[in-house]
Design a protein around this ligand. Structure first.
Ligand SMILES: *Cc1c(COP(=O)(O)O)cnc(C)c1O
Length: 483
């Protein structure tokens, strides 16, 4: 490097914080803001590590709850000041006044929405990503991280039965993964279409498809062709064929199916829908944000038949694959199609594209990125794939046992035979308001987090079991509160 001492000192000065009139600020402030391994930062690190380790030891740890903003305004007030309050006081502020008002999504009694199942090793590894300034957008900066993430993607691709051409990246969530995949589907349709562009681009999706597919279509400004579900809330190939026969399909870019619907955990008729995609020559996208994790469970693999014909597949490690938020895997059957749609080009990025190295930024709507697939990869490396499969099998067994528990209780009517790990049931005599009051009181007392849902327009109780640490006793405790 031929940087002279003078140039170096200029650089260091420039890194100082600007003072009042734009001149370099005092270097003490800079020292304080950036690392300096001061006694204060070291103590902070130790306190944090102790808190995190203690949380892993506690069984169960605190569930947490939410609170009115009005109360926080009164009890916490302004937190940010010109001078700062120092690390100790800031951490105390968080621990005493804000931390308790967050619900732990990985708690065994968190049974609402779709829970999180982050395990200890993935949580620890997640720290390292921030601590090391890791950047996962390009091979030149993150080759080790990208190599590791790609092995984790390959594990999923192999479970799905994808060919060697498959590849993709990790994005923050299923929503961005769906959007990125559907953008690639439309780019592919554009590129391969003969003749004039259509009046409108279109996507066929189940009438009960995830809200993020609907919102992706809105972002992309494409129209939806809704396919009615059968009585088991499943989208079938036959119904899809029928819906398309009655629609104007000019501009159809593809069909989206769910491998595990969110409300009921239903796996759509993937093989039948793949056939329809082949008949129309359109993209087959599988939204497996929640359910595709069960590809790893040998007892469930057959239910996913047809997934191997998908053009794109998503699955969230932050749901049922034991990783912390946030992480969604997006895999294209032919990675080239993802790159064609997403690669960004600019003078300052050309250095990234000088060769055929793998740049994750090329496969989704993102540039700068945390290598958010790494905690998931680390768990696979530490525990092995068998342990992951066994933990998923365990939750499937637990869901069936809970189904039996509900069936055996004459206060309840179970509304689904669980395909995966979602259970919906009615409490005889309850109105929508009763379910709401019950849900609210459970979380206020930090007993469990359960939110009602609707099936066929009727209010129902819904339990989602993803955590291998959830026990039948946890569930019994929740059911006991439904008197
Ligand atoms: C959770 C979910 C999504 C959205 O994923 P996020 O990670 O929350 O953005 C999409 N589709 C299905 C089927 C889901 O269950």
């Amino acid at each position: 490097m031929n940087v002279t001492h003078r140039q170096m000192s200029v650089r260091i000065e420039r890194r100082g914080l600007p003072g009042r009139n734009g001149s370099p600020g005092d270097s003490a402030a800079m020292e304080r803001i950036m690392h300096g391994a001061t006694a204060e930062t070291e103590a902070l690190g130790q306190r944090l590590l102790a808190i995190i380790q203690e949380r892993q030891r506690q069984d169960p740890f605190r569930l947490g709850r939410s609170i009115d903003e009005r109360v926080l305004r009164e009890t916490v007030g302004e937190t940010i000041s010109a001078k700062g309050i120092g690390a100790d006081a800031a951490l105390d502020l968080w621990l005493d006044k804000l931390g308790p008002y967050n619900v732990a999504c990985d708690h065994p009694s968190y049974l609402a929405f779709i829970p999180n199942t982050a395990n200890e090793v993935s949580i620890y590894f997640d720290f390292l990503i921030s601590a090391m300034g890791m950047y996962g957008a390009s091979w030149i900066e993150g080759s080790g991280a990208v190599y590791a993430e790609n092995q984790a993607l390959r594990w999923i691709a192999d479970l799905a039965g994808f060919p060697d051409t498959a590849g993709g990246t990790f994005v923050p969530g299923g929503t961005l993964a769906n959007l990125s995949a559907l953008h690639a589907a439309r780019e592919h349709a554009k590129r391969t279409r003969h003749g004039d562009p259509p009046r409108r681009w279109k996507l066929a999706v189940s009438a009960e498809g995830h809200s993020s597919v609907v919102s992706s279509a809105r972002v992309l400004d494409i129209d939806l062709i809704l396919v009615p579900v059968d009585t088991a809330h499943r989208m079938t190939g036959a119904a899809t064929r029928e819906a398309l026969a009655h629609a104007d399909t000019d501009g159809l870019i593809g069909i989206t199916a769910a491998a595990g619907s969110t409300n009921l955990g239903v796996i759509d008729d993937l093989a039948g829908i793949a056939d329809v995609c082949a008949e129309y020559g359109v993209w087959f996208h599988v939204d497996g944000a929640y359910g595709a994790a069960a590809l790893a469970a040998p007892s469930k693999r057959a239910a996913f038949t047809g997934i191997e014909r998908a053009d794109s597949l998503i699955v969230d490690p932050h749901k049922w694959l034991f990783a912390p938020y946030d992480s969604a895997a997006l895999i294209y059957r032919d990675a080239e199609r993802g790159r064609f749609a997403h690669s960004q080009s600019a003078a300052y990025l050309d250095v990234m594209h000088g060769n055929d190295e793998w740049n994750p930024a090329d496969y989704a709507i993102q540039l700068s990125r945390r290598p958010r697939g790494l905690p998931f990869w680390f768990s696979l490396v530490v525990h092995g794939t068998d342990a992951h499969a066994a933990a998923i099998e365990q939750t499937l067994v637990m869901a069936r046992e809970v189904a039996d528990l509900i069936r055996a209780d004459d206060r309840f009517e179970l509304l689904n035979d669980p395909e995966l790990t979602v259970l919906v049931f009615k409490r005889h005599g309850w109105t929508a308001a009763d379910y709401d009051a019950w849900s609210k009181s459970l979380i206020e007392r930090e007993i469990a987090f359960v939110v009602p849902s609707q099936v066929n327009g009727e209010a129902v109780a819904r339990l989602v079991i993803l955590n291998p640490r959830t026990t039948l006793d946890d569930i019994r405790r929740v059911l006991a509160t439904m008197d």
